[in-house]
Write a protein that binds this ligand. Sequence first.
Ligand code: GTP
Ligand code: ZN
Length: 193
Amino acid sequence: MAIDQKAVEEHIKGLLAALGDNPDREGLKDTPKRVARMYAEVFEGMNYTNHEIAQMFDKTFEEDLTFSRENSDFVIVKDIDIFSYCEHHMALMYDMKVTVAYVPRGKVIGLSKIARIADMVSKRLQLQERIGTDIAEIIQEVTGSEDVAVLIEGCHSCMTARGIKKTDAKTYTSTLRGRFQTDVMLQMRLNVK
Ligand SMILES: Nc1nc2c(ncn2[C@@H]2O[C@H](COP(=O)(O)OP(=O)(O)OP(=O)(O)O)[C@@H](O)[C@H]2O)c(=O)[nH]1
Ligand SMILES: [Zn+2]
């Protein structure tokens, strides 16, 4: 389902009026169009299902590595920076870092695709927890490996800039799948917080 930019534009105009401002004044007259363009960019991931994102970034290489399920070697990409928007307030989640690890099973995924997957799922109205489960699901599909871990840290402006206003509060989530759920050695090597 594609984002309806025209409808977004009309609603932003209505929102400006509801806020008591004049949407036709010089400074605001192009704002609905700009916001609609910005939403199309920052919510791009809402156009696709997880399966479609998996197909989009399905760039793997067959590798008969010493990396194998048996010896528990894993690939880890740390500190992928993303932004997202919480679905409760539509407020920014910022200073977010995503770490993705998986145990390859006969093929490896192009490293940049891991970052592209993290980026695309964050471009939705999200929960930090669900960013983790979405990334894990897609990485499992693309790599064919059950053994995936996604760690995320992030600041939520709905907690730092409004409401309870705890400016230093950070949220850590970990999504562990397959052997990462049960293998304590694997977990220790991840440095789960
Ligand atoms: N679990 C989870 N909660 C989130 C996330 N982003 C925002 N929230 C929380 O969603 C909750 C919504 O609570 P409500 O009581 O419905 O909203 P509210 O009255 O604005 O809450 P306050 O922020 O406490 O003022 C808040 O506790 C937010 O901090 C997220 O990614 N994960
Ligand atoms: Zn929020």
